[in-house]
Design a protein around this ligand. Sequence first.
Ligand code: ZN
Ligand code: ZN
Length: 226
Amino acid sequence: MPSPASDQVLLRVECCAVCRTDLHVVDGELREPKLPLIPGHQIIGIEEATHTRLGVPWLGWSCAVCSYCRSGRENLCDRAKFTGYTLDGGYAQYAVADRRFCFEIAETYAAEEAAPLLCAGLIGYRAYRMIGDARRIGFYGFGSAAQILAQIARADGREVFAFTRDGDMAAQHFARQMAPYGPEAPPRRPRNRSMPRSSSPPTAHSSSPHSGTSSKAGPSFAPAST
Ligand SMILES: [Zn+2]
Ligand SMILES: [Zn+2]
């Protein structure tokens, strides 16, 4: 069992979701991982000392003194450490985590429902906030983040489009499965009720709307997660 430092919590892991970045780490595609390493960066666990339910995300530590950290942009910290990559992660019975980077998780969520929120949900919602009141939303790629955000978008009464790789039948089928989730309000354009649609990714030229907002899900620091 790992021993927590003074600034860390010891968690009994309930669940740890899988992200594509975990696969990149395990396949050795990201430079200089901690080795040996326990992967996994979407952890739901119970703090042993207080029995508080906490979630642990990808960003697991930052220096707190650089200009980025002091301006609330600790995700850009040059010395940042990442759960399941440069810090041990959650595919274990117990994990330690810096308490500054843990989120309290409501008991109303099942652990397996809450875990994907720690990366896919977190970065997806960050991008979603940036699109303002756009009514028609395109998801480029339809993975874990898009799955979560498509449900939110449709509950908000927005029209959802999914763009996947040509021939990726699994992703296209998955995208279409999201249709039963909404919208809760009647759509403005009933012809489009069968959305989300899937298609080949458009070229940069053809995908440029005349007036639109582009918002990228995923951290801007390297390595990108999800
Ligand atoms: Zn810093
Ligand atoms: Zn991730």
